[in-house]
Design a protein around this ligand. Structure first.
Ligand code: CS2
Ligand code: MN
Length: 357
């Protein structure tokens, strides 16, 4: 396995590569070109510059998170073909610079949804939380709550220009139910996967977060059955998954270690997001937690063991962390708690390696 850390780039991330370099056992950066509007081709010059910067700091750049999918592709509008052609060009450009995995998601309108980005824990740290009552109301309430607790950062998928059009977007998605959305994903995958096979890039779809329908919008990657359906759309080792333990784990019915074992054995998990969550009450509310098993509702040892037992050899990163030690910055993406998470994950992995009988 290769341990990695997500970085938002020198323009957008106040964490420096030189700081990430001091986290023991971190080998690679998971990056993206965040300023390129969704749907446009990523130019080679920009990819080259990012790669150079990351490599000069002593890291590899082999995973991109994310190349986002234009809504027209998800809705299935005639204009999707042009956006798919652009996406293919981006795939080819990334392959030219040694990218091996592209993480993406197929969530309509919103990327991940939380109702509070600064939920206070008893130890004084804050993290991201989801309370279902808020999603039963007007999406505008959540947008406001997210904006108020986001420290002024723009979160991926929540760009102001998108949110300004949110009503229009809801209209555009009218009639797009779960089946239609799945067909539109299949259409996209059928077009891109042959190119990925040719240039040796693995696509890794990220689960819907949280894994349930929201605001009447369909969700098609919530559980194992959805994974089987996505797998069957195009039967190829390049049609893979980002196994986000937190996202899938937000539904207690999902057996995360079991899913890991099944799909890693098939070589379908090129990328893992490892994080813990803690349920609040029993109506599906949760807050994110420190990575340790004892701090949350997921058994991180069983998760790492499932990866180890099935010879996982992909990329992994600690996922969201808490804000601790007075750090301010991008919610979920501070330096300290993700560094602690990485150290813990590396510790579990070393123990698993050495206890191999
Ligand atoms: C989330 C997402 O898992 C995460 O870190 O914050 O923004 C995720 O990067 C995307 O859904 C992947 O496309
Ligand atoms: Mn994730």
């Amino acid at each position: 396995m290769q341990m990695t850390f997500r970085w938002y780039g020198s323009q957008d991330d106040k964490i420096k590569l030189s700081e990430i370099r001091q986290i023991p056992g971190c080998k690679g950066i998971v990056g993206a070109l965040f300023d390129i509007p969704v749907g446009e081709v990523w130019p080679k010059t920009r990819i080259a510059a990012l790669k150079e910067e990351v490599e000069a700091a002593g890291f590899s750049l082999e995973v991109i998170e994310s190349v986002n999918i234009h809504d027209d592709i998800k809705i299935g509008l005639p204009s999707r073909d042009q956006y798919i052609a652009n996406y293919i060009e981006t795939i080819r450009n990334l392959a030219d610079y040694g990218i091996k995995v592209i993480c993406y998601n197929f969530m309509p309108i919103f990327d991940w949804v939380r109702t509070n980005l600064a939920y206070e824990l008893p130890d004084g740290s804050t993290d991201l939380a989801f309370e279902h009552k808020m999603v039963e109301g007007d999406p505008a309430d959540i947008i406001k709550s997210v904006e108020e607790s986001s420290n002024g950062y723009v979160l991926p998928g929540w760009e102001p220009e998108r949110l300004a059009r949110v009503k229009q977007l809801f209209n555009d998605y009218e009639g797009v139910d779960e089946n239609k959305l799945a067909n539109n994903l299949a259409y996209f995958l059928k077009a891109i996967i042959p190119v990925c096979e040719e240039v040796r890039i693995k696509m890794a779809i990220h689960p819907d977060d949280p894994p349930r329908p929201l605001f009447g919008l369909p969700r098609i990657f919530k559980n194992r059955d959805d994974m089987l359906r996505i797998e069957s759309m195009v039967d190829s080792p390049n049609n893979g998954f980002t196994l986000c333990t937190g996202s899938l784990g937000e539904n207690p019915d999902n057996d995360v270690p079991g899913i890991i074992r099944e799909f890693t054995k098939k070589g379908k998990i090129p990328f893992v997001h490892a994080r813990n969550i803690k349920f609040i009450g029993n109506e599906g509310d949760f807050h994110e937690s420190a990575h340790l098993s004892s701090e949350g509702s997921l058994d991180m040892f069983e998760i790492m063991k499932a990866l180890h037992d099935t010879n996982f050899d992909g990329y992994i990163r600690p996922d969201h962390g808490r804000m601790i030690w007075g750090e301010t910055g991008r919610p979920g993406y501070g330096l300290y708690d993700r560094a602690l998470g990485m150290t813990y994950l590396n510790g579990l992995w070393e123990a698993l390696e050495k206890s191999n009988d």
